[in-house]
Design a protein around this ligand. Structure first.
Ligand code: ZN
Length: 112
């Protein structure tokens, strides 16, 4: 029996009903589930297949890294949201956003 690496107490049981949500779509995959903490471990090939299917459907959230510079307006710095991100996240000028500073990173999250 395989031991769970998360809680180190439970055993991993084979299951066929692990739910992987991707951008609002639900994928059911095979894998193992801990009988103590319920942590799920989808099989690597199942995860890969899900990613491939999601890519074909055009729903896999590819990490997007873009470089932009800030501009100055009215004494403050302005950050323009790249249009790809604007479209992907369906942002409008009325979308409330939350700005979090984590170390030297700035995370901008649209509120839902
Ligand atoms: Zn566990």
């Amino acid at each position: 029996m395989k031991k769970c690496v998360v809680c180190e107490k439970g055993e991993l049981i084979k299951v066929e009903d692990i739910i992987l949500p991707v951008e609002g779509y639900i994928f059911i995959v095979k894998g193992e589930r801990c009988n103590s903490c319920n942590e799920e471990f989808p099989y690597e090939e199942e995860t890969q297949r899900t990613i491939e299917t999601a890519r074909k459907l055009g729903i896999w959230p590819e990490p997007l890294k873009l470089y932009r510079s800030l501009s100055k307006s009215g004494g403050g710095l302005i950050f323009r949201i790249p249009s790809d991100i604007e479209k992907q996240l369906k942002l409008t000028e009325n979308t409330p956003i939350e700005i979090t500073k984590i170390g030297d990173k700035i995370v901008i999250e649209p509120e839902r």
